[in-house]
Write a protein that binds this ligand. Structure first.
Ligand code: 2AM
Ligand code: CA
Ligand code: CA
Ligand code: CA
Length: 274
């Protein structure tokens, strides 16, 4: 079976398993800090996807948030980048507004992206160069917008940071309004759908953006870090996505004027690290 159809099917099935068990008690553990949670469902979903991919395509490789492929250093062959639950805090507190996110890359080239809004049964998916869809419906090319008449999304945490507030506060202030959805993958899907015009955040991991990146690019969004640089799918980075006009406005009028600070932050946080 074509990899794309296979991926679609196992993601939809994994989502159904989560929906069917949504009222069951979950086991919650903390990771790096008291607000960084992981549940048995995050782990079981990654395990299920891993086992299905491996039994059908033993030669493929999988990088997942919850443990698989942490030693992967290169993009050769078919690489699946998996976030079994993106928006774990929403999953724990709301039992909705979370997604399964998968990006598939072949020898480092974009192949297919999936963001599955599990509780709403909305599958955002894209085949690189062929288009992007929400379930069966093609997503339309994005229209240009400007910040002052746009809804954007970010994580409010960045407004509380002393150095970064100088960059983030004017953006939030000059937007029509700012949203915080709590799932990076759904933030990408929302930009792809055109219901927000831009999404910006200081730090995402490869599994947060690998699927969404392919979907938004298919509808004409520009995807870079906050210095205007390309993302590397094996490295954490800052994120700036949006339709062409708002991406240009945000990059040139709000981020690049702070280039020395941003360079320093990127060097400290990301460069030379994986
Ligand atoms: P998660 O739910 O898969 O952990 C919340 O604003 C968004 O940021 C979610 O997509 C969440 O993914 C992600 N996130 C949470 N902690 C993060 C971290 N330390 N680095 C990068 N992304 C993170
Ligand atoms: Ca997590
Ligand atoms: Ca995530
Ligand atoms: Ca996750």
């Amino acid at each position: 079976m074509e990899i794309y159809k296979f991926a679609y099917q196992i993601i939809a099935e994994a989502g159904k398993v989560i929906r069917d068990s949504i009222d069951e008690e979950i086991q919650i553990e903390t990771k790096s800090n008291p607000n960084d949670l992981v549940t048995n469902i995050d782990k079981e979903t990654e395990e299920r996807l891993f086992n299905q991919i491996m039994s059908t395509y033993p030669e493929h490789r999988i990088l997942g948030e919850e443990g698989h492929g942490k030693d992967i250093q290169d993009t050769s062959g078919v690489l699946w980048i998996v976030d079994p639950i993106d928006g774990t805090l929403n999953f724990v507190h709301q039992q909705e507004n979370f997604a399964i996110s998968i990006g598939i890359y072949i020898d480092g080239e974009k192949y297919a992206g999936f963001v599955y809004d599990v509780m709403n049964d909305k599958m955002y998916h894209a085949l690189a160069g062929k288009g992007a869809w929400l379930n069966e419906e093609p997503l339309k090319p994005l229209k240009d917008t400007e910040l002052k008449t746009s809804l954007i999304s970010t994580n409010p945490l960045w407004l509380t940071k002393e150095k970064l507030s100088g960059i983030y506060v004017p953006i939030v202030d000059n937007s029509r309004s700012t949203r915080a959805y709590g799932s990076a993958a759904l933030d990408f899907a929302n930009v792809a759908k055109g219901i927000t015009s831009a999404y910006l955040t200081m730090r995402l991991q490869p599994w947060d953006f690998a699927g969404g990146l392919i979907i938004v690019e298919e509808v004409g969004a520009v995807v870079t870090n906050q210095l205007g640089e390309q993302l590397n799918i094996l490295e954490a980075n800052s994120i700036l996505i949006g339709n062409k006009a708002i991406h240009n406005e945000l990059l040139n009028e709000y981020f690049l004027p702070h280039k020395p600070l941003l360079e320093q932050i990127h060097t400290e946080r990301f460069r030379g690290k994986s």
